[in-house]
Write a protein that binds this ligand. Structure first.
Ligand SMILES: [Cu+2]
Length: 389
């Protein structure tokens, strides 16, 4: 029987010297009509092209090329490290096999997981105050056809993510490559997940699970505030600008307006549910085949907004100039010192919170089931029309 779809997932290296040392592994399988072919040189590393990024510069990582049956592809590099957990570097997207690769994300990671308990104490900075390790995943974590990469610290899954679009009898389902790792933060396990879709979108989530700090009957509510640090380098590191989008409904009359404000200097910004705020990142030179400006829009996927005594958590978005030394979110207010953020190399920070409320529920006795928060990076005017229509 002929497979309906073919995925090619190839790990490559930028260094031919290392190729000779590579352990080659290949597998081929047909699962529900999906063919997965894989060549996996585990020992290969690629360097982050950008210097000055901790924990080591350049970041050694396992390079990946994911080619979808629709013809689009992602190139990226993955690594799970002590302290930060999963780090994605050098992610670029090709709309078709013959299109040029467009740089999207130079470095994506969490810059803090802050966990303040409702009574006021304790207040854990699970990234800034500790050096927790990523867990080695088992086949129970990452069953076939999922593949464990980076020595078993990262799971890669090729998934059908449901309906991408539908017009009466015509329909297209989406595909994605999902990478996830788990940071072993004392009692908690934090799942760090990045999904790269065939339409150019990226979906990022963090999940918290594990036994409660005080045991089965711990009734103390607390918040898990995940702050992502996103070095978005659209069309390369320079020439990027960020805009806060805003929706305004008129209560006095019919009608509504949508606007976008350029962020001119380093800033912290508030997300307002009534305004449907997003952050849109443009590049001064990048346009699509229709001559329209290409951007990536950070769209929050959230259930609420946490505000705490710590000032970095009194804003939901931050825009700063790139610095390889500025990695921890709890220092964000000190990173904001008036530098221009127009047509330059910026870093975007976004906080989403997961709330574990007070008064224990019995479902949380042995372990708290996973609670997620995250965001999407959605392309605008990357394609010239609806992808793969
Ligand atoms: Cu919790």
């Amino acid at each position: 029987m002929k497979p309906l779809l073919t995925y090619l997932v190839i790990a490559l290296s930028s260094s031919s010297a290392l190729s000779a040392l590579a352990q080659q592994a290949a597998s081929h399988a047909v699962i529900e009509g999906v063919s997965v072919t894989e060549i996996r040189p585990e020992s290969l590393v690629q360097s982050n092209q950008k210097q000055g990024i901790a924990p080591t510069a350049p970041v050694p990582c396992v390079a990946q090329t994911v080619s979808f049956p629709a013809g689009s592809s992602w190139q990226l590099c993955v690594k799970a490290v002590e302290k930060y957990g999963l780090i994605i570097t050098n992610a670029s997207f090709k709309k078709s096999p013959t299109a040029i690769a467009i740089s999207v994300l130079s470095d994506g990671r969490l810059g803090e997981i802050f966990v303040p308990y409702h009574p006021g104490q304790p207040r854990f900075g699970d990234i800034s105050q500790f050096s927790f390790l990523p867990l080695t995943l088992s086949t129970a974590d990452c069953p076939f056809p999922g593949v464990r990469v980076d020595g078993g610290l990262i799971c890669r899954e090729i998934l059908d993510n449901g309906i991408a679009w539908k017009v009466d009898t015509r329909v297209r389902r989406g595909r994605e490559a999902r990478y996830w790792a788990v940071l072993d933060a004392a009692n908690y396990n934090y799942i760090m997940e990045w999904s790269f879709r065939d339409d150019g979108a990226i979906v990022v989530r963090a999940g918290s699970t594990g036994p409660k700090l005080g045991g089965a009957t711990d009734a103390s509510g607390h918040m898990h505030d995940f702050t992502w640090r996103l070095d978005i380098d659209l069309n390369g590191p320079g020439g990027d600008s960020a805009h806060l989008t805003k929706h305004t409904e008129s209560k006095a009359a019919f009608g509504a307006t949508d606007t976008a404000s350029l962020i001119t200097t380093e800033s912290g910004l508030v997300w307002n549910a009534l305004a449907f705020n997003t952050l849109e990142i443009t590049d001064s030179l990048l346009t699509n085949g229709n001559g329209r400006r290409t951007s990536y829009e950070l769209v929050p996927l959230r259930t609420g907004t946490a505000r705490h005594f710590e000032s970095f958590l009194n804003r939901d978005f931050w825009v700063t100039r790139f610095s390889g030394k500025e990695l921890l979110a709890n220092s964000l207010p000190s990173y904001v010192n008036g530098q221009s953020t127009v047509n330059t190399d910026n870093v975007i920070w976004y906080t989403g919170s997961a709330h574990h409320e007070s008064n224990m529920r019995d479902e949380d006795r042995q372990t708290v089931p996973v609670l997620w928060t995250g965001f999407m990076l959605v392309p605008h005017n990357l394609f010239e029309g609806t992808p793969f229509f």
